[in-house]
Design a protein around this ligand. Sequence first.
Ligand code: FDA
Length: 511
Amino acid sequence: TDGAQLPILVIGSGYGGAVAALRLAQAGQSVAIVEMGMSWSQPAPDGKIFCNMLSPDGRSYWLRTQTAQPVSYFLGAAFDKTIPKYTGVLDAEQFSQIRVYQGRGVGGGSLVNGGMAVTPQQQYFPSILPSVDPAEMYATYYPRANAGLKVNNIDQAWFETADCYQFARVGRETAQASGFNTPFVPNVYDFNYMKQEDITTPGFGSIGGGSAVPRSALNSEVIYGNNYGKQSLDKTYLAAAVATGKVSITPQHVVTKVTPAAGTGYAVTMNQIDTSGNTIATKTVTAQKVFFAAGSVGTSKLLVTQKATGALPNLPTSIGTGWGNNGNVMVARANQPALPTGSLQSCIPVMGIDNWSSVGGRAFAEISPFPTGIETFASLYLAITENPNRGTFSYNSSTGGVDLNWQQAWNQVSIDAASRIFDPINVKQGTIYRTDLFGFFKTWGDDFAYHPLGGCVLNQSTDNYGRLQSYPGLYVIDGSLIPGCTTVNPFVTITALAERNIENIIANDMK
Ligand code: FDA
C-alpha cells in the first residue's frame, strides 16, 4: 500500500528474487516482493491457467496484439497470429537489433523456460565469474541451488523407448555419427509426471485410452507456461518463502523509481497496472533495503534510468555495460526421410551436443523440440556459444526509455561456432539446413535471445557480493550480475550465485 514502511523490498520474483526472499525470511526478516507480471494461479474460463503453443491467446504475450514466436515462419510463410492485448506471461522485448524473451509473472523466467537445469563444467567456471571461488560454488552453492530448484533426471531406459523423445534420439544419433558428445541434461520438470502423460509408458496411461494425467509437456506447453509438471519457482523457492509467513508477493506492480528517502532507506515508486497494462494507481513505499531482482534487462533498465535521471546519481559509470546474449543462436536441419522426428514431441529438452572444448569456436547446443503436432523431419537446436561481444544499455532522454546497442552482426561469431557442429553433421548425413523457419530463405535465428545476462556485472558495478556500494542497502541479485555468458543454460548459475551472495549479505548486513 501507498506510504508503507518496509524493512526489505525485493523487485522481481525470478530466480534471484526468489532465493533472496526465502533465505532472508529463514533468517527472520520480513520481505515484500513486488512483481510487474501476474500471479499465474487461477484458471481461465477454459479451465487452464496457461495456453499452449499451438493455440496462443492473450495469455501468451506481454501486451502485444500479435504473437512474436521464436520460430515464426513455416515453409517461408509467417504464421504469427493476432491476439488480444493482455499482460501475458512471455515478453518479447524488442531493442533495435535484438528481441529479448523474458518471463512475466510470479516466478519470472521459470514460468516460460524449458526447465533445463545445467551446471557448467567446473573447468570453465573461471571464465564465467572470474572473481568467484569455484571450489565454494561447486561444493556448496550449486548443490544448494539444485536442491532448492528440485532438479531431477530423466529415466534413461524410458527415454530410449518414449515416442515423445524420438526427436532427441534422432538429434543424438546424427550428432554422434559425426563424433560429438551428447550428454543428458537435468531439468526441473517432474519426469515421473511426464511418464504418466505418455500412454506408451508401461504401467501408466490408458485411462479411457488416454494419458493417466492431464498432459502438459506432451501438450505443446512450455514458452507460454506449463499447466502441470513443471516445478517452476512458484512451486519451489517462492512457495517455501511464503510458507515461512514472512514473505508477501504483490503482482501487477511495475517499479519505476528508487531514490534515497528523506530519513533513512529508499523511496520506491511503482505503478499498479490492470491486465491491459494501464496504470490504475501510483504508490510510493519506503524500504530500508532494496534488492534489484528484475532480471538482466529489468535491473539494467531500472539502474541506468535512476542514474541518468538523478534518482541515484552516484551509481558507477559501468552500470548498463557487460551485456551478452549467452551466445544464443537457433538453427534447424532437415533430416533424411528415414529419420522422422515424431509428431508427438515433449516440450522439455533433455539432451545437448557438447562442443565447448573446441577452441576454434566453443558451443553447447540443446536438442530442442519442434512440437507442431505433425511430422516435420526437422531437428531444431538452440546453441549457446562463446561470443566476446558485449552490449551497453543507455538512457534515451527523448523517449524516456532505455536502448541497448547490441548489433545483429555480432552474432556471426556464434553462427560460426554453431556451424562447427552442424556443418559436419549435414555433410555426414547428406542433409541441409532448413531455411524456411526464421524467415524466407534464412538459415539462422540470430535476432533474438532467451538468455539475457549482464548489465550490472559482479565485482565491477557492485562489490563481489552484489552490493551497490555508493548506496548502502541497495543490492543486485539476478542475471544482470553475470557478464554475458554461462557456457550452458543460465538459471542454475543465477540461482547458485544468488545463494552465495545472500549468505554473505545476511551474515554481514542484517545484524
Ligand atoms: P527473471 O527474468 O527470471 O525474473 C525477473 C522478474 O522481474 C520477472 O518476473 C519480471 O517480470 C520482473 N520485473 C522486471 N522489471 C520489473 C519492474 N520494473 N518492476 C517489477 N517487476 C519487474 N534458462 C535455463 O537455464 N534453462 C532453460 O531451459 C531456459 N529456457 C528458456 C526459455 C525461454 C523461452 C526463456 C525466455 C528463457 C529461458 N531460460 C532458460 C533463461 C532463464 O529463464 C533466465 O536466465 C532466468 O529466468 C533469469 O533469472 P533472473 O532472476 O535474472 O530474472
